[in-house]
Write a protein that binds this ligand. Structure first.
Ligand code: BEZ
Ligand code: FE
Length: 283
C-alpha cells in the first residue's frame, strides 16, 4: 500500500516524492524547508482563515513588486533573514570590519571622484567630512581600495527615489585610496528615514507595533584586490532609532563618531577605519 498523506507523517509524505536525480543541494534545502514549514504550521495550529490571510499577504507582496520595488526583499529584511544570510556568509576574524545589509538603493556606476570631493549637490543638510583609512588586519594601509559610498539626503530620500527633485548622483561617489590607504570626502550628516511602508510589509510592521525607520547611516562598499568585498554602513550613534532599526542592520562596531567641528562650512566630522579581511582567511 502506498503511504497516503497523514498529519503525523506529513513531512515524509512530501519529501519522499523528491526524485532521486534531483540536484543534491536543492534536495537538501527543500527537504529542510518542508520539515520546518510543517513544524511551524503544527506548532501554531494554523487555522484555515489564517492560512488564507497568509496567502493573501504573499499575493499582495508579489503584486506590489516592480522594477523599482522589491517587496519580498523588504519582507526578508524586516524578518531579519537578510541580516542572517549576510552574517553566516560573511564570518570574519576579530578586528575586521563587519558587513551589514546592502539595501535597495545602491546604484552601479556612480562617478569616480577625487579624494576630498563633495558629493552632496542639492544644497540641503549639514556638511560632514568623512575621513579614515582602509587597512588590513595588521593595520597596514591598503592602496587601490575602492570606496563606493551612498547616503540619503537631509530629507531622508535617496536620489533614485526622487529623480525629478534631486540632482543625479546626489550623495554618491567612488573614491580610490593611494599608498597611504586614506580616504576623505564631504557629504552630509545622514538622517534616519523609513523604509517603503505603504505596502503589505508596512502593514505587517504596523500590526506588530514595529516602526519602519532606519537609523541614520552612510553606506560603504569597499573592494580591493586580494580582500573580501565589504558591504557595510557607519551609523550615527545617538540616532533615535539606533536600537530599533527596521531591518536589524546595526552592529555595535559600526557605530561611528560624528563630531561637531568649527569649520566655516563643514559642521561634522566622522572618522572611521575600514579593516579588510584577506580572501583566504577563515574566521
Ligand atoms: C538601506 O539602508 O538603504 C535599506 C536597507 C534595507 C531596506 C531598505 C533600505
Ligand atoms: Fe540606507
Amino acid at each position: 500500500m502506498p503511504e497516503f498523506f497523514k498529519e503525523s507523517s506529513s513531512v515524509e509524505a512530501v519529501n519522499s516524492r523528491i526524485a532521486p536525480d534531483t540536484n543534491p543541494r536543492f534536495k537538501e534545502v527543500m527537504t529542510s524547508l518542508v520539515a520546518h514549514l510543517h513544524a511551524f504550521v503544527k506548532d501554531v495550529h494554523l487555522t484555515q482563515q489564517e492560512w488564507e490571510v497568509a496567502i493573501d499577504f504573499l499575493t499582495r507582496t508579489g503584486q506590489i513588486c516592480s522594477e523599482e520595488r522589491q517587496e519580498f526583499i523588504l519582507l526578508s529584511d524586516t524578518l531579519g533573514v537578510s541580516m542572517l544570510v549576510d552574517a553566516i556568509n560573511n564570518r570574519r576574524p576579530g578586528g575586521a570590519t563587519e558587513n551589514t545589509v546592502m539595501g535597495p538603493f545602491h546604484v552601479v556606476g556612480a562617478p569616480e571622484r577625487e579624494m576630498g570631493a563633495h558629493i552632496s549637490f542639492d544644497g540641503k543638510g549639514e556638511r560632514c567630512l568623512f575621513v579614515g583609512r582602509v587597512i588590513d588586519l595588521h593595520g597596514n594601509p591598503v592602496a587601490g581600495a575602492r570606496l563606493d559610498v551612498w547616503s540619503d539626503n537631509s530629507e531622508g530620500f535617496y536620489d533614485v527615489q526622487q529623480p525629478d527633485i534631486q540632482p543625479r548622483w546626489n550623495n554618491r561617489g567612488i573614491f580610490t585610496t593611494g599608498e597611504d590607504g586614506q580616504y576623505n570626502f564631504v557629504g552630509i550628516k545622514p538622517v534616519s528615514y523609513p523604509i517603503p511602508h505603504d505596502g503589505p510589509v508596512g502593514k505587517m510592521l504596523a500590526a506588530l507595533g514595529r516602526g519602519p525607520y532606519r537609523p541614520a547611516h552612510m553606506h560603504f562598499m569597499v573592494t580591493a584586490e586580494g580582500f573580501q568585498k565589504l558591504v557595510t554602513h557607519t551609523f550615527v550613534g545617538d540616532d533615535a532609532y539606533i536600537t530599533c532599526d527596521a531591518v536589524f542592520g546595526v552592529k555595535q562596531t559600526l557605530v561611528a563618531p560624528f563630531e561637531r567641528i568649527n569649520g566655516v562650512e563643514t559642521i561634522w566630522r566622522s572618522s572611521f577605519d575600514f579593516v579588510l579581511t584577506p580572501i583566504d582567511v577563515s574566521p
